[in-house]
Design a binder for this molecule. Structure first.
Ligand code: ATP
Ligand code: MG
Length: 337
């Protein structure tokens, strides 16, 4: 019988990452889908659909079906998920793959059921849901079963999830919308206000990734960007400096620090003191912002470490749970179809 690929799936607002059991990461694509407006047929998902964002003719819709940590369009989110899973699961006759799925915090029960249904349609034999911070902690190789407190801060695209974990459970948990997308928005607004230049979301993200930094860089960098001059209405090229990007993102960063602070305030004293000793673990693609650990340390005086492969930790954690079921299976929130 052909091999069936059991998999851990991180359905994020910015990207979908899939870890195949005993294979490692097998898919890492933008969480974007493009469909025909009339027939509603799927035209593209992932990279290909991402290239269409903001440039589609009238008959095509290209969108991110999950935004700000919740589901904007459930039908398209399900279609995107099942297309990705079909892509990697291969052909099977008798039984489909077993899937461990991790979803954004803002997803409700009806949506959860729809996602498990979509996976069933895509051939999944069994789907189980895993809480994101738990998956992320396993993916970072945190000893989550011990009695010590660990803090995981996952800075994604639409959402930052902050959790204190002890004995394999989330003791305190909160999420806020100050993540990668909010930083991109703040950069767009700043450049419009300061330079009367309108740039697109992809340009703003490029600025953040290439020259952005949570604190001012020792050596100033710059990037040439093209936008629309709001006075002449014409395209214009302009040099943007790294200190400007740092200034632009200070508000969302401050809000992010406040959220972490809020979770620490609610954390039982013993666990808070463990976190003080062991530090905060940063995961998620947005956590790769230059100097973010240093900025958190300056504000909260707690050491902060960026996880290895921060953007993949959730999928890795789900996949490792499949690989080491006797060790991690107990941490799953079982919802069996
Ligand atoms: N080097 C980098 N510096 C700063 N931000 C980055 C970098 N690389 C990726 N990002 C940002 O990471 C975010 C995406 O992270 P990730 O893929 O973990 O999100 P997600 O898991 O899909 O979203 P969510 O967890 O909110 O559902 C985007 O906002 C992207 O711009
Ligand atoms: Mg994520």
């Amino acid at each position: 019988m052909p091999q069936v690929l059991d998999m851990g799936v991180d359905l994020g607002t910015a990207s979908v990452v899939i870890y195949g059991k005993n294979r490692g990461i097998v898919l890492d694509q933008p969480a974007v889908i493009a469909i025909d407006r009339g027939t509603r047929n799927i035209l593209a998902v992932g990279e290909e659909a991402h290239r269409m964002l903001g440039r589609t003719p009238g008959n095509i819709i290209a969108m991110r079906p999950l935004q700000s940590g919740s589901v904007g369009n459930l039908e398209l989110a399900c279609a995107m998920l099942s297309t990705f899973v079909r892509k990697v699961s291969g052909k099977h006759f008798l039984s489909g793959p077993r899937v461990i799925l991790s979803l954004p915090a803002g997803v409700n029960d009806t949506e959860r059921r729809a996602f498990t249904g979509a996976l069933f349609e895509a051939g999944a034999r069994r789907t189980q849901l895993m809480e994101r911070p738990i998956a992320s902690a396993i993916g970072c190789k945190v000893k989550i079963g011990d009695t010590l407190g660990h803090m995981i801060v996952d800075v994604g695209g639409g959402l930052t999830e902050i959790a204190v974990i002890s004995m394999g459970r989330c003791v305190v948990r909160d999420s806020c919308q100050f993540a990668g997308d909010q930083m991109d928005d703040a950069i767009i607004k700043y450049i419009r206000r300061k330079h009367n230049l309108l740039i697109g979301e992809i340009t703003a993200e490029d600025l953040k990734i290439n020259i952005g930094s949570a604190t001012e860089r020792q050596e100033q960098l710059y990037m040439e960007v093209t936008g629309r001059d709001l006075i002449s209405g014409l395209p214009k090229v302009m040099r943007i400096y790294s200190d400007e990007v740092t200034e632009a993102i200070q508000d969302p960063l401050e809000a992010l620090m406040e959220s972490i602070h809020g979770v620490l305030e609610q954390t039982p004293a013993e666990l808070a003191s463990d976190i003080f000793d062991s530090g905060i673990i940063l995961t998620g693609g947005g956590a790769q912002l230059a100097n973010l650990p240093e900025a958190i340390y300056e504000t909260l005086h707690i050491r902060c470490d960026l996880a290895q492969d921060p953007h993949e930790t959730v999928a890795i954690g789900c996949g490792m749970t499949l690989e080491h079921w006797s060790e991690f299976g107990q941490y799953i929130g079982t919802r069996r179809r």
